[in-house]
Ligand binder design. Structure first.
Ligand SMILES: Nc1ncnc2c1ncn2[C@@H]1O[C@H](COP(=O)(O)OP(=O)(O)OP(=O)(O)O)[C@@H](O)[C@H]1O
Length: 303
């Protein structure tokens, strides 16, 4: 089988409110696909439809060729699910929690605590774990049954940078071993690092999808610098027809130009500065980043 996950025209409602309004995407076997989006965009709702938690209202979803809600008994043992909120028994230790869940997995992995860096917390009660450690225990439980398809809903929220990087390595190892992963995240760097392809959702729809390179293509390049104090923002030049966007950071005005190709506009800018004997602190020229595209989408700008 080529496609592990197929979503076609998915719509989900909560009462009268349409949380997902016609979403389509595929995830190939052994691929990591990231769902990004603003708060309330419909990422978790989409994921829950694929996990078989509730029937779909309209459209078609398939996971490993099965209909997730109808076929949940057969499908569930092949899925690993890491929900956004951990629901552990507070008085069980980490080792007891794993033992409890191991009983439900067919041929459980024995190394999940070592894999997730929790071996030294085996005797700690789950309520005493830090937020990041709880996320790691959640991941450990999701991996117990050696899932073919792994759903990770904001897996690294609350983790320190080191734990986040360690988690990325675990996930990369799983994908290298053939596991299909659907991930939601608010960390754009996480998606840039891990995702083979991604989709940006906004208000129940997919606004953009593709590889990172495909998603940022066509969004131009950026030139930014701190506006010198002696220059009123109204006197900044336009660069090849592009006017400056001004943002204030720590009391300092920062100018950003969206341009196509940086060489000519940069030349114009430097000549303008030279003629006025101005120093442009913090001058940067770069391609559009996933963050630029994301913010543009969230503003309703990318269509
Ligand atoms: N059980 C529910 N009943 C009513 N509305 C709900 C329910 N669950 C989610 N919603 C609403 O549906 C919309 C989509 O929620 P969802 O959790 O799927 O978004 P999300 O993209 O995962 O958001 P976040 O990034 O904040 O986790 C939101 O407006 C949310 O308030």
């Amino acid at each position: 089988m080529d496609q592990a996950i197929q979503v076609e025209g998915l719509r989900q409602r909560y009462g009268d409110f349409e949380a997902v309004g016609g979403v389509s995407f595929d995830v190939r076997e052994g691929e990591l696909f990231a769902l990004l989006g603003t708060n309330g965009a419909g990422k978790t709702t989409t994921m829950e439809a694929l996990e078989g938690f509730r029937p779909v209202h309209a459209g078609e979803v398939r996971v490993l060729g099965m209909e997730p809600y109808r076929d949940r008994r057969e499908l569930r043992p092949q899925l690993g699910i890491m929900l956004q909120e951990a629901g552990f028994f507070a008085d069980l230790t980490v080792a007891e929690t794993v033992r409890h869940w191991r009983g439900l997995a067919g041929a459980p992995r024995e190394d999940v605590l070592e894999l997730t860096g929790l071996a030294d917390k085996a005797d700690v009660r789950t309520r005493q774990l830090s937020g990041g450690q709880k996320r790691r225990l959640d991941l450990a439980l999701a991996l117990l049954g050696r899932p073919r398809v792994l759903f990770l809903d904001e897996p690294t929220t609350g983790m320190d940078p080191e734990a986040r990087r360690a988690t990325w390595e675990i996930v990369q190892g799983l994908v290298a071993g053939g596991t299909t992963v659907l991930l939601t995240t608010h960390y754009l760097e996480e998606a840039e690092r891990l995702a083979d392809r991604l989709a940006i959702m906004h208000r129940g729809r997919i606004e953009l999808s593709g590889t990172v390179a495909e998603v940022v293509a066509g969004h131009g390049d950026r030139i930014t610098f701190q506006v010198p104090h002696q220059v009123p923002v109204g006197e900044l030049p336009s660069l090849r027809g592009s006017a400056a966007d001004i943002a204030i950071a720590n009391g300092q005005a920062v100018a950003t130009y969206t341009v196509t190709g940086v060489q000519r506009p940069l030349y114009e800018l430097l000549r303008w500065a030279e003629e006025r004997s101005l120093e442009l602190d913090g001058l940067q020229a770069r391609s559009a980043s996933l963050e630029d595209v994301f913010l543009n989408t969230a503003d309703g700008g990318a269509r």
